[in-house]
Design a protein around this ligand. Structure first.
Ligand SMILES: Cc1cc2nc3c(=O)[nH]c(=O)nc-3n(C[C@H](O)[C@H](O)[C@H](O)COP(=O)(O)OP(=O)(O)OC[C@H]3O[C@@H](n4cnc5c(N)ncnc54)[C@H](O)[C@@H]3O)c2cc1C
Length: 285
């Protein structure tokens, strides 16, 4: 199977098919897979995937054709042309709203140029009594953010109207290795000119990480130097999506004391979560 697109959807579906025994080739336009995650995470992930699968980065797709029963994808990589042949093609180059097909304009509901339904902080559209939530509202595009919005809309309809509180919004990518994160990436911290410090810890330097012989996994914190607020936390490795949750809960509990909470909470030894606590201690403020 040839997969065009190395974002999280291409990676998750690619991982699924590869685990089922399909030989996959991933064509990615960017130099890294999952480029929107923290660059350090994306770099390690890309390196590991290049060892396991046929991953071609910096690949521009010129055209797609057919050869007998197979599909051919003509690509350019650093000016050199190549043809990739496969039985199946998976296009994972992005998603777009279907408001045009739904003819939403007939309801009077305002739609943005990108096709998302415009909502306020209460998920209300400009038409009284019509709400929008989930992907079509275009705030976040996660199942858990859609669930959160659904809860607020249900409460609003029942008379308990409140602005949606998204903070802090986590994400996870269910691949091998697994990835999870919350808040901003280091490249975003630089773009936003934040004064920050990084704290990092490797799984292999904890008891459980060593027992698991986990050589690549790590936890990385990005913390505001002045306020001590956790700006971001990014994890690559086994159970990343579960490990992230104590960080999310601490952030929700107290915006500027979350790091202190993580540091001073006793963690079971040798639970894998020691890697989170030690990364928190490695933030030099
Ligand atoms: C491959 C892939 C992997 C993903 N992995 C994750 C993940 O790990 N975690 C995560 O949080 N998110 C993940 N997402 C994103 C997640 O699926 C979406 O954010 C979430 O489903 C949004 O929920 P929703 O209800 O807004 O939209 P949807 O789940 O898309 O539901 C919309 C429904 O409306 C129906 N519909 C559309 N048009 C019409 C019509 N005209 N008439 C009637 N029905 C219609 C659709 O058929 C669909 O059932 C993934 C997405 C993809 C594509």
């Amino acid at each position: 199977m040839v997969i065009i697109g190395g974002g999280y959807i291409g990676a998750e579906l690619g991982y699924f098919y590869a685990t089922m025994g399909t030989k996959i080739t991933v064509l990615q336009r960017n130099e890294l897979l999952i480029p929107n995650t923290d660059q350090e995470i994306a770099t390690t992930f890309t390196k590991l995937w290049k060892q396991k699968y046929n991953v071609i980065t910096n690949a521009a797709v010129n055209n797609i054709g057919k050869k007998g029963k197979n599909i051919t994808v003509n690509i350019s990589v650093s000016g050199k042309k190549k043809i990739i042949e496969a039985e199946k093609l998976l296009l994972a180059t992005g998603r777009k709203p279907n408001t045009d097909l739904l003819q939403v304009e007939k309801t009077g509901v305002r739609v943005s140029k990108a096709g998302f339904i415009e909502v306020n902080r209460f998920m209300e559209t400009n038409v009284s009594g019509i709400y929008a939530l989930g992907d079509i509202a275009g705030v976040y595009q996660f199942k858990h953010s859609a669930n959160l919005e659904a809860e607020y809309v249900t409460n609003a309809v029942l008379g308990k109207k409140k602005a949606v509180d998204y903070y802090p919004m986590p994400y996870a990518i269910f691949t091998s290795p697994q990835i999870a994160g919350v808040g901003i990436t280091e490249q975003e911290a630089i773009e936003q000119k934040k004064k920050y410090v990084v704290g990092r810890y490797e799984y292999q330097n904890t008891g459980m990480g060593a027992a698991m012989e986990e050589k690549q996994g790590f936890v990385k914190f990005i913390v505001d130097t002045k306020t001590q607020e956790i700006l971001g936390c990014h994890i690559l490795g086994p159970h990343a999506s579960i490990l992230l949750h104590e960080v999310v809960v601490a952030m929700k509990a107290h915006r500027t004391k979350a790091l202190e909470i993580l540091r001073t909470t006793v963690h079971v030894h040798p639970a894998l979560s020691e890697v989170v606590q030690r990364a928190a201690w490695n933030v030099s403020l």
